[in-house]
Design a protein around this ligand. Sequence first.
Ligand SMILES: Cc1cc2nc3c(=O)[nH]c(=O)nc-3n(C[C@H](O)[C@H](O)[C@H](O)COP(=O)(O)OP(=O)(O)OC[C@H]3O[C@@H](n4cnc5c(N)ncnc54)[C@H](O)[C@@H]3O)c2cc1C
Length: 326
Amino acid sequence: MTDIIAVIAEHADGGVNPVTFELIAFAKKLPEAESLPIQVLILGADIQNPAREIAKASGLDVVGYEIPAMPVYNGELYNQILVRHFSGAPPRYVCIAHTSSGADFAPALAIELNGACIGGIEDLLISEEGGCFARPVYGGKAIAHIRPPAVTSILTIQPGIFKSDPPSDQEPGTVDIRSASPTPRWWHSNGVKQMAVDTQGIAEAEIVVAAGQGIGEQENLDLIDQLASIFSKSAIAGSRIVCDLDWLAYGCQVGVTGATVSPRLYLACGISGAIQHVTGMRGSEFIVAINKDPSAAIFQVADICVVEDLTTFIPTLIETYRQTRD
Ligand SMILES: Cc1cc2nc3c(=O)[nH]c(=O)nc-3n(C[C@H](O)[C@H](O)[C@H](O)COP(=O)(O)OP(=O)(O)OC[C@H]3O[C@@H](n4cnc5c(N)ncnc54)[C@H](O)[C@@H]3O)c2cc1C
């Protein structure tokens, strides 16, 4: 018997992560939401205030598990508590943000609940047969439509896709905070070290020249640097992979887990256009993308699509600019 749609809230530093309200908006669009109640679950330490905020803004009932021993996210403890919470009455859907933590615990939860797991959902299609979930595959070049046959489905939803609803004018939902003391077997946290990330440079630049893994090697950042130096008020940015490779500092990362930028011009060089990157730059006034793959997803948001090898195109562009200027 499945009797609820569950939404797992994200929170940090005593506040609600805005993606939580996007998940609630998504859950309300599910065809089953007409007959099944939506319950929001929040887990961790210091959850009183965020739980109340969610209940007030959404009008939905919130169940919280206060876990003082979990000051930071721990996927093993999340799943222990969620499995216990759903024991006896598996939910129809569990809606989770497709963030680092959500993408981490969702597959294990699906196994525990004997359910389906559909990750990185970007669209919800509704037909007579019910809901169907769309997610990008092959690096965003194709979209898969998935209709899960399982009784319970664990869904991870891309942040930045579903617009959150304005605050509800209904009565606030109830807040039920329970205490829990699960014991970790495999995973012990030694705390979190906050990285000093300065994204001010790219957030304020009028022209952003962004490098992706397609630059091939760190030495080719010199090309990006030369291209950026053509423009005044410009800055260099990068995709997450480029930052993970340590080619650029994390302060240069654009995307859901980096900075959101909206410059006058965004030059995407060797960037595939994964939704996590596009979410951080789609608000740019004008987008030029250079990619040697004509079907790269970045071209879907670009105003000008340059299908070229950047290692030959960028030097030619710079040379042409210099000749024109002189
Ligand atoms: C929870 C989560 C959060 C994430 N957050 C972010 C985020 O904030 N920001 C982010 O950027 N990513 C993020 N990612 C990663 C994201 O999914 C992609 O993996 C990443 O954006 C891809 O980076 P890329 O485009 O540089 O590399 P790739 O996907 O490898 O693309 C390289 C592109 O370069 C092209 N190319 C190759 N050689 C050349 C050449 N010589 N000339 C021209 N083009 C060339 C290729 O055709 C390809 O399209 C996140 C992922 C997850 C799961």
